[in-house]
Write a protein that binds this ligand. Sequence first.
Ligand code: SIN
Length: 322
Amino acid sequence: MVIGTGGTIAGLRTDSGNGGYQAGQVPISTLLAQIETKFSIKNIQLSNIDSCDLSESLLSKLGVQVRMGLADPEVMGIVITHGTDTMEETATFLEIVCGGSSRKFGKKVVLTGAMLPSDHPQADGPQNLSNAIEFAGKRDGQGGIWAVMGSKPIPGLALVKGHGSHVDAFFEETLPNDWIQVSNDLPIPPDNQWPWVEIITSHSGARPETIIFLEDHGVQGIVLAGTGAGTVHENLAPALEQFMEAGGAVVRASRIGRGYIGGTLANGRLAKALSAGYLNPAKARIALQLALFAAAQSGANSLSWQDYFARMVSLSEFREVI
Ligand code: SIN
């Protein structure tokens, strides 16, 4: 099954001749007609967008479609063409809501895209799509959420876009082996039921007003894109602490976007926030939304969002609770 969602892989150059292009123009059926494959392909056009416009409603639709594909005995593997800009958010979402089933069914879910539009003379999309289909069709029973950009498969959760313009734009974060190898998928929030979570960056001269504004307008969670090892400016910490006192969820990540953020800060700030482990702020935001939604659904067994979130990032102090 190949699901088209858009991106540069489906992009076309504009007439201006200045290297510009528009993402999400070419249907998935046309992209598939340009490659050779030994597999019989069922294609689905779920959207055709620039992935900077990725919506929660599209993620919900995609999660449902992927679950249907995993349960379909005729489907050996699933490939999703996607814009590279938010591919790591979709990979995180799919890992949390479909990763367990993909391993249970032994079917791979593989994201792919391109850095050059489909009508560029050196377009990287056809080779990436072909490699992704080949990898998704491997009968090794392995399953899992993956990305194929170039020839090397990267586990979805380890995927990081690390360059804004190079064709070789992605790298693989080094994760411990058991990281997010949980077997129970979290629920997919229906459209319009996604918890509201924002990212706030800590930087020189930071001011607390944005946090107070968000709290006043009903935000449920804040991911701090902190400095260095997830540190926070003294001007932001009291507003975030007050937000937590009032029941808001706070996760501490780093704006660096690489490396492990754990433990507590030596200066004692945000002691009650959870750390994001290896999740960068964009991934941590998706994970926090799903943890908040799962906790709201969990009712009688009353697991908290912290329990769900900690399970995802292997925070040992919470993990055994699940
Ligand atoms: C997008 O993310 O849709 C545009 C950029 C890309 O695919 O590389």
